[in-house]
Design a protein around this ligand. Sequence first.
Ligand SMILES: NC(=O)C1=CN([C@@H]2O[C@H](COP(=O)(O)OP(=O)(O)OC[C@H]3O[C@@H](n4cnc5c(N)ncnc54)[C@H](OP(=O)(O)O)[C@@H]3O)[C@@H](O)[C@H]2O)[C@@H](O)CC1
Ligand SMILES: Nc1ncnc2c1ncn2[C@@H]1O[C@H](COP(=O)(O)OP(=O)(O)O)[C@@H](O)[C@H]1O
Ligand SMILES: [K+]
Length: 500
Amino acid sequence: MYIYSATDIRAWDEYTILHEPITSIDLMERASQACAEWLQQYQQQTTTGFVIFCGKGNNGGDGLAIARLLAESDHPVTVYILEFGHKGTEDFQTNLARLHGSKAVIKFIPAEENIPALTAGDIIIDALLGSGLNRPLEGLTAKVVKHINQSGLEVIAIDIPSGLMVDSSSIGNTVITAQHTLSFQCYKPAFLVAENESFVGHLHILDIGLHPNFPLEHPAANRWINQALVQSIIKPRNKFAHKGTYGHAAIIAGSQGMMGAATLSAKACLRSGAGKLTTHIPAVGYTIMQIAVPEAMTYTAGKEYIELAVDLGKYDAIGAGPGWAQHDTHKALLESIFQQTTKALILDADALNTMAQHQQLLERLPRHTIITPHPKEFERLFGKSANDFDRIQLALKKAAHFKIIIVLKGRYTLVATPDGLAYFNSTGNPGMATGGSGDVLTGIITGLAAQGYTPSEAAIAGVFLHGLAGDLAAAYTSQESLIASDLVEYLGDAFHQLVL
Ligand SMILES: NC(=O)C1=CN([C@@H]2O[C@H](COP(=O)(O)OP(=O)(O)OC[C@H]3O[C@@H](n4cnc5c(N)ncnc54)[C@H](OP(=O)(O)O)[C@@H]3O)[C@@H](O)[C@H]2O)[C@@H](O)CC1
Ligand SMILES: Nc1ncnc2c1ncn2[C@@H]1O[C@H](COP(=O)(O)OP(=O)(O)O)[C@@H](O)[C@H]1O
Ligand SMILES: [K+]
């Protein structure tokens, strides 16, 4: 599934009108019906008043149609139309004419003194501006939005909170703060970044039946990692497989006091289907690893810190970095890993911090290395970004420059590939914001890469399975109680859900 820009969404709209075919006003009716149905399910008492703020574009047109549909179901509805000069789009005008025949009360806001007082208990519907927004809100529009935000009432935004840019940062702008956003057909870039969380609230994507052929003919660089995509990647195991079939993985991890990171990565690697695993750890962790992960072979070098890794050429995938801590031998260790790597390499945590301190190492990264920074590690490596959109662009730029795969972790983890594609992961939950979650991810991606999945495939499937394991674990144990070990325990159920 693609994540479209505002321009692409408009094109999909027009494509549907032309090819279904359907008139523009009927498409608006379909979108509005989907919203009205959602609203009535959400608020079943017909005594609840809806106060609907409409602009004069098609987002306002949606608001007018929703008003009529709610009034027909005996909800008290008051509509406020914000006057900004022009008379409104054609579909806005048609819906205004249709609304005149209904029980809804229609009022206009031509000036600040007409901004209405809002009544406790009312639900506000924001249909002021949608995907046609082309500049920050100002003047009367900004005042209305601030008034709504200050009311403290529940706000439900139609398509996108008014004032929020679809494809770029809205930091510092006046934007509706919604508790729910009912958006049409597909995710938009604005919904995927942490900086917009407080505006969007709970997001609901409503299917309004835009033409299914459009995505087939218009691939986009921004993509959604969902079950269908991962099912197309993960292959069932061969009937006559033996342990050599699924690769030999190495996890180079751990230090005094951080052997947990190494064991979590190792377990996750094995639970992801790798045929064999050897762990390279410091001597201090030998007994811990042998007891915690008896399935893994173990090689030790260094006492409290891993200092040397030898004979790496035989591995199909190497995961390095979890629990290394900071030590002055790590630069040489990384250089030696780079030299010996023949196949896949996954770098996380302190391996990334070491590269951040010795930037020249970046230039020596083997091609198609996967790095898995969280935003702070990303910043240490590549510098600060002014906003989340810039950070995504920077990740794509660096992925292309160094020919690597960057897994930028977060709510919607980004997998940026060297060919300029940005995959956003759909699974996961805040229960996973707990120490060790990232170590599990490193193990999963290493385990997948060892089996011969390409680095991009391993990263995409890895983040999805990791998040899905988190969702299944949270459903059982709650987000609060979730710990990283649970992610390993639920990986099996996550694979089951793919129904191979
Ligand atoms: N795509 C779909 O699937 C479907 C989409 N549908 C709906 O259509 C909506 C998009 O409609 P839309 O294009 O008419 O845009 P919308 O945001 O209502 O108005 C934009 C107009 O406002 C203006 N303007 C811009 N910025 C401004 C500002 N800061 N302050 C003040 N004014 C500003 C600007 O005009 P300008 O002033 O620049 O001449 C621009 O022309 C979409 O969100 C969804 O709800 C459904 O009905 C059917 C299926
Ligand atoms: N709010 C969230 N929603 C979804 N996934 C999350 C959330 N918080 C954290 N995660 C996931 O958990 C992992 C945390 O990794 P990281 O920050 O490296 O943790 P650690 O260093 O403790 O292992 C990442 O894969 C991230 O995507
Ligand atoms: K809106």
